[in-house]
Design a binder for this molecule. Sequence first.
Ligand code: CO
Length: 499
Amino acid sequence: MKQIDELKRRLLEVAHVSSALALLHWDQEVHMPKKGAASRALTIAELTGLMHQKIVALDHGRVLTTLKSAVKKGTIKGKNKIIVLETLRTFEREQKFPEAFVREMAETLSQAQGVWADARARDDFALFLPWLEKIVKLKRREAAYVGYRASPYDALLDAFEPGMTAEEASRILNDLKDFLVPFLKELRVRPAGKAQGVSLKGNFPVARQKEFNAMVAREIGFDLEAGVIEESTHPFTTNFHPHDVRFTTRYRVNDVMHAIGSTIHEAGHGLYEQGLPAEHFGTPLAEAVSLGIHESQSRMWENMIGKSTAFWRHFYPKLKKQFPAPFGKITLQDFCRAINQVSPSLIRTEADEVTYNLHIVVRFEIERELIEGTLAVKDVPAVWRSKMKDYLGISVPSDARGVLQDVHWSAGLFGYFPTYAFGNLYAAQFFAAMERELPVSRLVARGAFGPVREWLRRHIHARGKTYTASALARKVTGEPLNSRYFAEYLKKKYKNTKK
Ligand code: CO
């Protein structure tokens, strides 16, 4: 069929602009000099405008409309049907925005970034307040353009986790909160397996850390001939093509485990991107399902695999060799206890596996109310402090280490936070399914990561957007998202209870 080839040609154009944008963002975080920020923002805004035009132009000559009826009539099936339906989803959302709105949003967000960074550095929420008010207004307008049934938050969440609603997210996160809050209290009363007096701190030259991190990424299967590892303030992964996947990590001279955690996490994202089918580049068949599914890959490698005793049975001798001090004197058992310690903390990105999702609950509850208009922006710091106290039992000493810590709201990423929690839940559910088919611990303990990686590739990566997140979960695990697996995983790990 002629139109489908024309659609694929146009999609490839969009993909090339998108790759160029990703390269600009990558460079901005990794290499760009500070003074380049203003001109870079304009270049990015220009290309974003171009991409918007190209997406809207996908239906020129009624190409998409014709294909849509062909799908309805059943004359387009299989892979092409998925390409048409998923492209329609992107197109229909994008064409609702007036170009002036797209520009206003891009410009506001680009300016807000700098203000937020200043406000955080000075611990001054008042500085950021008018900008956050402006962003919330813009996001509410975005939701109005997109349209929604129950909550404007639905329209924003859908951009990151297609098909998910505020109501369902609330239910999932409330379940999680109801489990985690008492679970955490119990753990603190009985700190099972707490490593007493073991410190993993030391002096770790960055060059030696880099060698070790690259070795770990390579061994778990990240292809360094189709990928690059660099450094940035906030670790992230980006991709231009399955054959060019890049991620950053962050080194701390006194804490080698910091970079290792980031590296394994980002390598998990990287493996997903490298595992997408290159022959379908440009189409939804070579795109990740959702942010939740993406995060399931990073969190599974980082936590379920990367913090397991089996994993360190393989890597600990290498770590000891690379850094005789302090690890030469620490047993594997004490080391594993130390890296799995649970203790409520202020910063989300440094949180342990138990408390992490409570940080997400705090952000989700606040941002949903902001978008639904039931909470005023000026009241956010106070609400933040009270929720941190209620859920995590800790007092927030400053807004810099509280409401201002994350980049998301200044970047306009409302509806993004819940996908981190979905990622943890999907990770546990996929991991349980994988364990039913593979002797995961035994393989990992002898460094045989191939079968694990190939299982994930076959069941998740290679499928691109063939299934929605919920359908993929059913296909791979036999049921839709179920938070029971995550709860069981935590119970087993932290309380040594038998299944
Ligand atoms: Co991630």
